[in-house]
Design a binder for this molecule. Structure first.
Ligand code: GLP
Length: 322
């Protein structure tokens, strides 16, 4: 069954014309919207989708933003000022606002017409967590507006996500520990992916490695690798290469093929190795970034332990004015 607050948002969406969707958030909350942007690009026939960092959304002020826009925002804390401001800005333009958050009593929730509280934490059922809620919402949008035939199967497949996570946790436990042991002293670690998986690489680079571990990083888009970044490659440079199951996998494979010739420290996480039973074949490309992200979180936990640098450590974030 659909999350009840997603259903409420879909009821509101179905009662008005929607020509475009803006996905608006910052940092990790933005990264978790990338798979949904990919889904909309692949599936939507009449609705254009775009993704913005909250403050840029306000300053860029897309000319198409208006009463036929749906603006989906996300802030885990509900407290990121630029995201709450973006909700107010979107409403001032007449757009319909739907916000995802872990904190329903927050500035973002107050500023938004519809609020979806997702579950969070190690015991949260995967179906109710942020990535899953995003897919429920955007596949629901395409169902109510375009009768997209994948909606019911998407919901059913998302109900199989927890089992996929549970299996992946066991399957990758040793690799996560090995990754931490061999990378704990690295000064820089790159991440690379494309398509539906790029956001996962982006979030691991900026949120886990830079923010939470103070390790230099950059998320390289596999399609951009040969247009600059590959010149940095040698046998000392660690790259986490994600391989997904979406239509852009050839880009990731091409990058890996090159890296294997000249690099040595390659950490490959391949969604082909996941047991995705219960998830429909044609939806595996959409679901695999969620499992890649889950697996990388195990890698992050092990890395933090091995480095004795808890993921909660910050020096500036929420501590000094910015
Ligand atoms: N890793 C994220 C950051 O990227 C983000 O800036 C911050 C605030 O985000 P939110 O608006 O989701 O509360 O939270 C997390 O620490």
């Amino acid at each position: 069954m659909l999350h009840p607050q997603v259903q409420q948002a879909l009821d509101a969406i179905s009662s008005r014309p929607i020509e475009n969707v803006f996905l608006v958030a910052c940092g990790g909350s933005s990264a978790l919207m990338y798979p949904s942007k990919y889904f909309l690009d692949r599936e939507a026939k009449t609705i254009a989708a775009d993704l913005y960092s909250s403050n840029e959304f306000i300053h860029r002020n897309p000319v198409r933003l208006g009463s036929k826009s749906l603006v989906i925002l996300c802030s885990h804390s509900g407290n990121t000022p630029e995201t709450a401001e973006a909700a107010k800005f979107a409403r001032s333009k007449g757009a319909l606002t739907v916000s995802l958050t872990n904190e329903p009593a927050s500035p973002l929730a107050e500023a938004s017409e519809h609020v979806i509280k997702y579950s969070y934490g190690p015991d949260a059922p995967a179906f109710e967590t942020n990535y899953s809620i995003m897919y429920q919402l955007v596949s629901g949008l395409l169902y109510v507006k375009e009768e997209n035939a994948k909606f019911h199967r998407m919901i059913h497949s998302l109900q199989g996500l927890q089992a996929a996570y549970d299996r992946a946790k066991i399957q990758f436990a040793d690799q996560a520990k090995a990754f931490a042991a061999s990378n704990k002293d690295e000064k820089v670690i790159y991440t690379m992916a494309s398509g539906a998986n790029y956001g996962v690489a982006y979030s691991f680079a900026i949120c886990i490695l830079m923010e939470m571990q103070w390790i230099h990083s950059h998320a390289i888009h596999a399609g951009e690798y040969f247009h600059g970044p590959f010149e940095i490659l040698d046998k000392t440079v660690p790259i986490i290469q994600l391989l997904g199951l979406d239509e852009t996998r050839p880009l990731e494979e091409r990058a890996l093929h090159f890296s294997r010739q000249y690099g040595e420290k390659l950490i490959v996480i391949d969604a082909k190795e996941f047991d995705l039973s219960g998830i429909d074949e044609d939806l595996k490309g959409y679901i695999s970034p969620l499992v890649l992200n889950f697996v990388l979180r195990q890698f992050a936990n092990e890395l933090a332990d091995a480095r004795n640098h808890p993921l909660s450590t910050r020096r500036y974030m929420w501590k000094v004015p910015y």
